[in-house]
Design a protein around this ligand. Structure first.
Ligand code: S1T
Ligand code: MG
Length: 540
């Protein structure tokens, strides 16, 4: 077998289902093998940030691995931001970069695409990936690949694989996956006993789930655990979309002062808060009305469990959840809750649009036609999504990079085959919206809602005096046709309703709805979020 084939088989065995990429001369040889071997389908996009976001979203959506294949230098370095986002938000993304051949580096000339030294790219990626390898030794390659892909899955963080262009066809053995590291059963038992004890002692225990629960494929098991333990469940902001289809008392998404009072009250008054796979970051916790004392919580994250003033190292989340389930009461004693009513029944009249109307219109649409998975960018579109029914959602809620939404939506459709709803602001659409031009080739047909307020509105909310937050009025609706989709601009509730009905009925081409929203009109959640952050900053 050729080294590249061995790598592709290993990627597939570790859960990759497709590859997103843009080739270059350093990558042409391995792209040729990707195409001809047909081990994994290849989707080429237009700009490397889009490649990284699409691959990341594919991994987030279905578990397994995302794969982003690029050329050396100009390609790989163009993907730094998406890889950093995947690192921060714990998405298992494999960066596959072409590289100079062994002999080229000895020629004494600087090579094109070389930044500082031939090793610079490797060093740069070392900072934002959890493991790296340059496949310059065919004998060692199988064990190196097994280690790197094993770490990618186990740590749920990006990894970097550099493939020198003269190595792609080298004969190579098949990769044998590394066995999962053994778990110390005594430590696991002690840890689980202590968690049970703490939850039992608590008068108001609660479970908060974060992205690791999805990354490790634990949603159904965690839902069962919550039911059997009688725990109310909330998600973190990053974890929005988790457990959307599970039978579980899901109270809502914790956002401190920005969120729903009943959720904030539940979390902040809990004396036994169990944080399961929750990234401890400012968007998840920084907007707390009354500070949560993290030392009094139980935290399971990054392969360890901490509570009180001590930690249990090397307790993988999967082993923890399984063991907790084994000892949980047999019956179903689900926490009784009144389900939240999300905005519904948008009146289709001549009123100008608000983000709340948009949420209501989307809820009406999903009630009639079934749920759609959502890919959202950062901006008021993501805060608006908090008023949309629980449904699968991918979004950069912590790292908060713009440009994620559109390419992530393409990744979602490629990975799941489901038609996604993409939520994106005009500023973010200006960054990566063009990737929609690739839908036609692959038969993708997302419904794209562009929140066009001709503004970097989130920034304006923080600093209203700055006129640089005014953007021009771009005609996104007109651009859709040239990109192979259909576009329409709407400004009233009646127009939005008609546009959504027509978009959902039309399959096979992407449907872009450019929604004109007056500057300064915010979702209720963003308004609360900004007020909360300002208050916290003033108190500092
Ligand atoms: N560049 C990138 C890649 N990501 C960012 N988050 C930013 C810059 C900073 C930034 C925001 S929010 C925001 C910017 C420029 C404005 C977003 O504008 P738009 O997409 O139109 O959405 P809306 O008008 O709803 O705000 C962050 C969070 O710091
Ligand atoms: Mg905007």
């Amino acid at each position: 077998m050729k080294l590249t084939e061995s790598l592709l088989q290993a990627l597939k065995a570790h859960g990759a289902r497709q590859i997103f990429g843009i080739p270059g001369d350093f990558a042409l040889p391995f792209f040729k093998i990707i195409e001809e071997s047909q081990i994994l389908p290849l989707y080429t996009l237009s700009h490397e940030p889009g490649v990284g976001f699409a691959a990341d979203a594919a991994a987030r959506m279905v578990g397994g691995l995302g794969v982003a294949a690029v050329t050396y230098g100009a390609g790989a370095l163009n993907m730094i931001n998406p890889v950093a986002a995947a690192y921060a938000e714990k998405s298992p993304l494999v960066v596959l970069s072409g590289g100079p051949g062994k002999n080229e580096s000895r020629a004494g000339l600087l090579l094109h695409h070389q930044a500082k030294t031939l090793d610079s790219q490797f060093q740069i990626f070392r900072e934002i990936t959890c493991d790296q390898v340059r496949l310059d030794d065919a004998g060692r390659a199988p064990s190196d690949i097994a280690r790197v892909l094993g770490n990618c899955r186990r740590l749920s963080r990006p990894v970097y694989i550099e493939l020198p262009r003269d190595m792609v066809g080298a004969p190579c053995q098949a990769v044998r996956a590394e066995p999962a590291p053994a778990v110390d059963q005594d430590a696991l038992d002690a840890c689980v006993d202590e968690i049970r004890e703490r939850l039992k002692r608590a008068a108001r225990p609660a479970l908060m789930v974060g992205v690791e629960v999805r990354r490790f494929g634990l949603e159904q098991r965690v839902a069962e655990l919550a039911r059997r333990l009688g725990l109310p469940v909330v998600t973190s902001f990053m974890g929005r979309g988790l457990l959307a289809d599970a039978d579980v008392p899901l109270i809502g998404t914790y956002m401190g002062v920005a969120g729903l009072p009943e959720v904030t009250e539940l979390v902040e008054n809990s004396d036994g808060l169990f944080l399961l796979g929750v990234i401890i970051c400012d968007t998840n916790f920084g907007v707390s009305a009354s500070k949560i004392d993290l030392r009094k919580t139980i935290q399971a994250l990054d392969g360890q469990v901490s509570m009180g003033y001590h930690s249990y190292p090397q307790i993988p989340l999967t082993a923890l959840v399984d063991r907790l389930l084994e000892g949980a009461p047999a019956g179903d004693s689900a926490y009784a809750m009144t389900p939240r009513i999300f905005p519904r029944g948008m009146v289709a009249d001549q009123a100008t649009l608000t983000p709340t109307d948009i949420a209501a219109a989307v809820n009406d649409l999903m009630a009639e036609h079934g749920k759609l998975p959502i890919a959202s960018d950062i901006g008021d579109c993501l805060f608006t999504a908090m008023d949309i029914e629980h449904t699968a959602l991918v979004a950069p809620g912590y790292y908060a990079t713009m440009g994620f939404g559109v390419p992530a939506g393409l990744g979602v459709q490629a990975a799941t085959g489901q038609r996604p709803l993409i939520l994106v602001g005009d500023g973010a659409f200006q960054m990566t919206g063009w990737e929609l031009g690739n839908c036609q080739r692959y038969g993708w047909d997302p419904i794209v809602l562009v929140f066009n307020n001709a503004s970097w509105e989130m920034l304006r909310t923080f600093q209203p005096e700055s006129s640089f937050n005014d953007l021009g009025h771009w005609g996104f609706a007109e651009m859709a046709g040239g990109l192979g989709g259909d576009g329409i601009r709407v400004a009233t509730r009646a127009e939005l309703k008609a546009a959504l009905d027509s978009a959902v009925a039309k399959r096979g081409r992407f449907q872009l709805i450019e929604m004109s929203i007056p500057r300064g009109v915010l979702s209720a959640t963003l308004a609360r979020f900004v007020a909360g952050v300002k208050q916290l900053n003033a108190a500092r």
